[in-house]
Design a protein around this ligand. Structure first.
Ligand code: NIG
Ligand code: FE
Length: 402
């Protein structure tokens, strides 16, 4: 049998954990068959011929990047809040005064799935141009039965038009909609839980997320939501401990959550529970920076406990108006002290794990999907050292050049 494609003369950052930094393999080749990596190893041992052989001229290859936390689909604009925050108002204060997520909800409810998808394309293009091959997209700006489904449909359609792999997350419990003011529990029971069942039935959501915070939902409400998600066969994740310690990390770990995201205020209990459950910590420096947070996520304690750390953009119109995963990785190093290797693993291997896709993507290994990013750099660290450079040479997704 022959490979469909053989890539030769490459330097591979396989990101397989082990003794060697970046799981590096120098002077190597990758054989691709049926959209998957069929063989990987040194040039001197290439076992078969191929229909197409291409030399990568010594370029570095990493797994295609994974952005495991975005709110890419929305309508409207929140630049007024940027100005209000610069003038001294807080994110929570703006949210309580009717701005924040609610403002985006107003605009998003007026848009249909096609308009929502169209509006997200330029943002998706920006991420794609940096080397992103898989992106998670949340709902959470509709907050009605129909509007949340429209957001999920928009997200799914983006996968079809872009060639990127899109993982969708139902985030109906993102904010309490005006019509449920003071009745957040009723919103969970009457809208969020029926939505979980419908999204699962239609195959529209790959996971369920929620916002556990004083300005959003309580741990008890989220517990009810998670029970329903598990019953529908959907894994859970949580916006946890972003503005205060609500025990969110521990709560999501209790449900074997895929990830706990933000974590600025997570305590030792939460970290221990995440380590035990194998829940990934998703580090979101864009939101930390965007709202002028000063409390940093407990990176050293997460590392010491062996909690895997992913890094994502949290791309959204409020807290993290950012469509650069490489910048997020750079910030995770400079602001929070991740090593470059941890940050690169955070946007590949651990990002994949945070989406429950570790078996399929995230490292360069035999059997995984042939999703590769090829870089014009001398060393892997150069990929995230720069801000705004985009050293991507090209991408192969599912075995084909994009
Ligand atoms: O991840 N924390 C809640 N959700 C988003 C913010 C969404 C918004 O402000 O529009 C976040 O930071
Ligand atoms: Fe978020």
């Amino acid at each position: 049998m022959r490979f469909d494609r053989l890539l030769t003369h490459a330097r591979l950052a396989t990101m397989v954990p082990g003794e060697v930094a970046y799981g590096a393999l120098l002077d190597a080749a990758i054989g691709i068959r049926d959209r998957r990596i069929a063989w990987i190893g040194p040039m001197s041992e290439v076992p078969e011929t191929a229909l197409e052989t291409e030399s990568l001229d010594g370029r570095w290859v990493t797994p295609a990047l994974v952005d495991c936390h975005t709110h890419l689909v929305f309508a409207g604009d929140r630049s007024d809040e940027f100005e209000r925050r610069l003038a001294g108002e807080s994110y929570a204060g703006i949210s309580r005064s009717g701005g924040g997520i609610r403002k985006t909800v107003e605009a998003t409810r007026k848009a249909g799935a096609a308009e929502l998808a169209g509006g997200a394309l330029s943002r998706l293009d920006a991420l794609s141009a940096e080397g992103v091959g898989t992106i998670e997209i949340k709902s959470g700006y509709g907050l009605t039965f129909e509007s949340e489904l429209a957001m999920l449909r928009a997200a799914r359609s983006l996968g079809l038009v872009s060639g990127l792999r899109v993982s969708t997350t139902l985030l109906a419990a993102h904010s309490i909609p005006v019509e449920y003011e003071g009745r957040s529990g009723a919103y969970i029971d009457e809208v969020c839980i029926p939505l979980i069942r419908e999204a699962a039935r239609e195959g529209l959501a790959d996971a369920v997320d929620a916002y556990c915070e004083s300005i959003a939902f309580s741990p008890e409400e989220i517990r009810r939501l998670f029970i329903a998600a598990k019953a529908a066969g959907l894994p859970v994740k949580l916006h946890a401990d972003q503005l205060s310690d609500t025990g969110g990390a521990k709560l999501v770990a209790e449900f074997d959550g895929l990830s706990a995201d933000h974590l600025e205020f997570t305590n030792a209990d939460g970290i221990a529970a995440m380590a035990k459950a194998g829940t990934v910590a998703v580090i979101l420096p864009g939101a930390f920076y965007g709202i002028g947070e000063t409390q940093k996520p407990p990176v050293a304690a997460l590392r010491a406990a062996g909690v895997p750390m992913a890094v994502a953009t949290d791309a959204n119109p409020g807290t993290s108006p950012m469509v650069s995963l490489l910048t997020a990785a750079n910030m995770a190093c400079n602001l929070f002290g991740l090593t470059v290797e941890e940050a690169l693993a955070g946007v590949t291997r651990e990002g994949a794990r945070a989406l429950g896709l570790a078996k399929d993507i995230g490292t360069l290994e035999t059997g995984k999907r042939a999703d590769l990013a090829i870089w014009d750099v001398e060393r892997p660290a150069e990929i995230i050292q720069w801000i705004g450079l985009r050293p991507l040479h090209g991408r192969i997704l599912g075995g084909e050049w994009l």
